[in-house]
Design a protein around this ligand. Sequence first.
Ligand code: ADP
Ligand code: MG
Length: 238
Amino acid sequence: MAKVQLKNIVKNYGALEVVHGINLDIEHNEFVVLVGPSGCGKSTTLRMIAGLEDISGGEISIGENVVNNLPPRDRNISMVFQNYALYPHMTVRENLGFSLKIAKKSEEEIAKAVAEAANILSLTEYLERKPGALSGGQRQRVAMGRAIVRHPDVFLFDEPLSNLDAKLRAQMRVEIKKLHQKIKTTIVYVTHDQVEAMTLADRIVIMRDGHIEQQGTPLEVFETPVNTFVATFIGSPP
Ligand code: ADP
Ligand code: MG
């Protein structure tokens, strides 16, 4: 059974339907990228998986559970956003451990999870610094670290790199790919950037106007686009 299943997912805002019955199975440890132009429903879809938006129709399962009515904290997911907000008055160590402290984990458990995340993300030497004394890339790694410490079943990323400059974006792409190889987890990643999608994805899902236009490996989509929209968007040769 797939790790995340979307069955005929619909989203209405008032009278307006913005997601029109999406079906998608995401396998264990798969890195799936939802990509498409601005406004096509990527964030809305991700937020429905996270439980941050109600769904207007259909069914979402994570693992064995139908999660339609579960609040975000009971879905065992972690989400990394574009506008990651670190706590400026806390050190990196405190930022990383904060959610576990809230969850009343023991000091020992917190220290172990923080050390592990810092190691994976090469943040060990920065643990006593505050966010103001970090570079943009380091801050972004702390934001990811905060998601990792909770050992979620599924990571959801919504355009995590779009506020970074081009050079840093390229570096972070490599880091995120490495992260996925190291911790073997299921990732659903949203971006409007084709290059990001093509380099990160095991499977790329191209969305347009609230539906899926095509899905496949980056190579499949690049080599056999189903129509001119996909070809143009992905930059396939004519
Ligand atoms: P994307 O992330 O692909 O850019 P979104 O999922 O944010 O697109 O938005 C999909 C559509 O839903 C857009 O037309 C957007 O204007 C609309 N939309 C998103 N959020 C709301 C909201 N809270 N109320 C009304 N319309 C919304
Ligand atoms: Mg969006």
